[in-house]
Each structure stands twice: as C-alpha cells, then as structure tokens.
Write a protein that binds this ligand. Structure first.
Ligand code: AMP
Length: 216
C-alpha cells in the first residue's frame, strides 16, 4: 500500500475545476500541474499526493486501491460502473448533460436507427427503455462527424453549451442524464484510513454546500 494518501484526478476540464476545490480545503500541488508533464504531484501536505489520469482510468485506480480517492465524471461512472467504489459527494463541478443529438430537423423514419457514441452501455440501456431498436457504433471521439459522414443517424454525447453540435449542423434532442463530477473512495481505504479520508469528505462537503448556498 502507498504510504501517502493518493487522490486520482481527471485531467482536462474537470481538473481545472477540481484544483480550486482542493485548494479551498488546504490541498495544493507543489508544481504547476497545467504546465508539467509529470503524472504524480506532491502537495503541501506531505501525507497526500495527486495523480493525474484519463477519466476512464480513475475508477480503475480507485477500485484496485492504487489510489484511495478520485474525482471523476458521473458519465464515466454510469458507463463503466461504480463497483467497489463509494460515491460520497457530488462535487457539482464540470456540469453538463449527456444527450442524444442529430442533424438539424432529423426525424425518425423506419424501424432501426444507427447511433454513434463512446457511451455504448448507457446508450443501449436508454434506447431499450424507449423500446427503440438502435444499432450502436462505438467511437472514441469526434462523434459529431458520424451523421455528417453517414456513419450514423444520431449520436449520444456530452453537451455543455451546444456550440460543438451547432458548429457541425446538429442539435441536441433528448437529455439522458445530468452530469457532474463525483468524489469516489476505495471501500477498503474508507475503513483503513477512515480519519484522513472522512476529514477530506467533510471539508469538501462544506465547501460544495457553501458554493450551492451562495447567491448566483
Ligand atoms: P459544448 O460545445 O460546450 O456543448 O461542449 C461539447 C464538448 O465538450 C463535448 O463533446 C465534450 O467532449 C466536451 N465537454 C463539455 N463539457 C464537458 C464535461 N463537463 N466533461 C467532459 N467533457 C465535456
């Protein structure tokens, strides 16, 4: 077991919103994460380190106990499952929506539709609940390209402002889920390092609540 408490963070947009939250509970990386190629960062607390990962890898590190805690988007927890993890806190950051989207004016004609997405599990479940037979096409990025190139009728993707969709002649259709980033904790670590972990959860909970209560 690592001696230091390890928190796995999701790089990119989520990281930018996570660092101020961590700072407000007194956890600050010693190096500038944005300009460094390092993957492991020491912090001002010598009992705590940060690792920076792709979102899809955060639950894996935390599930196996390679990291004690993590910050990850709800979309990833929904798609890959949250087995072996506690999810004690909605951090309320990186809010967006998981949606179906299609070309402007698209109408469902015929019995089957082809849907391109990287969220195949969520998408399969969504369309089967609707009683719609969807053929799923797994992609790893640039989902908006698929209808344009006649690879798929619709896509399922993360939508924030909708600008990416509009720039590609598409529009959001139905919301599948509201997404935000969650704190996750390894179940065994929650017991073995209870004091340190529960203190961080409590402090983050207070900061998140303060943010929610503040006038907009
Ligand atoms: P937008 O053009 O603002 O609707 O942003 C859409 C694109 O940004 C999506 O294709 C996502 O890949 C990405 N994106 C937006 N918000 C988030 C988020 N909270 N977490 C992860 N990716 C996001």
């Amino acid at each position: 077991m690592n001696e230091k408490l390890t928190i796995a963070l999701t790089k990119g947009r989520i990281l930018k919103e996570t660092l101020p939250l961590l700072a407000s509970v007194g956890i600050v990386p010693l190096d500038d994460i944005g300009s460094s190629r390092k993957l492991v960062f020491e912090t001002n607390r010598n009992d705590l380190q940060l690792v920076i990962l792709r979102g899809t890898d955060v639950p894996t590190y935390v599930r196996y106990g390679a990291a004690d805690m993590g910050v990850v988007g709800k979309d990833i927890l929904m798609e890959h499952g949250s087995e072996g993890l506690y999810e004690p806190l909605d951090l309320g950051i990186a809010r967006c929506r998981l949606m179906t989207a299609g070309p402007l004016g698209w109408q469902h004609i015929g019995a089957r539709i082809r849907v391109a997405t990287k969220f195949v599990n969520i998408t399969r479940e969504y369309f089967s609940r609707q009683g719609v037979h969807a053929d799923l096409i797994k992609l790893y990025g640039a989902m908006e390209l698929a209808p344009m190139m006649n690879l798929a009728d619709l896509i399922v993707d993360i939508v924030d402002t909708g600008n990416t969709l509009r720039a590609n002649g598409m529009e959001p259709l139905e919301e599948i889920a509201a997404i935000s980033s969650r704190l996750v904790v390894n179940k065994a670590a929650m017991r073995s390092r209870y004091t340190a972990i529960s203190q961080i959860i409590e402090e983050l909970t207070a900061v998140v609540k303060e943010g929610e209560d503040a006038p907009a």
